[in-house]
Unconditional design. Structure first.
Length: 147
């Protein structure tokens, strides 16, 4: 397995889009396409790393520097330790960008994500609601201090 910067390894964009779109419901977003993704990749305040295994993109972490350290993670196969690896990767990137904490919003019923963030030292900061397609969703805000 190796870690890549998806902005520099554009050949994986189709795999990124497919994996990302599998998580649209959990991310509370609409599916994405190639043109919009290429434009989004140009944002200098967003870092995107992936884990590759045998030329297959199996995990992604996004750090939104422009949102004060928000983190998004998605993996192809659960229960392989990829989430922990991705958290470790994003913590290093956040420190390089002088962020003193990172945070994530997790749907209340997403037990796999809640376990991951808690195992990786994040603490629950409270309940937060987000609206998507006129529906209100309850989630938990997780935060980890790095400084």
């Amino acid at each position: 397995m190796k870690t890549i910067d998806l902005k520099k390894e554009i050949r994986y964009i189709e795999q990124y889009i497919a994996l990302r779109n599998n998580y649209s419901d959990l991310l509370l977003t609409n599916p994405i396409n190639k043109n919009d993704t290429l434009k989004w990749f140009k944002n200098k305040k967003i870092e995107i790393r992936g884990i590759i295994e045998r030329e297959e993109l199996i995990g992604i972490v996004i750090l939104y520097i422009n949102k004060g350290g928000e983190v998004t993670i998605f993996v192809k196969d659960k229960h392989r330790g990829l989430g922990k690896q991705l958290i470790s990767i994003v913590e290093k990137i956040a420190k390089e960008n002088n962020l003193c904490f990172i945070y994530a919003w997790v749907l209340k019923d997403n037990n796999n994500a809640k376990k991951l963030f808690e195992k990786c030292g994040f603490s629950q900061e409270g309940v937060e609601f987000k609206k998507y397609n006129e529906i209100l969703f309850e989630g938990i805000q997780y935060k980890k201090f790095l400084c």
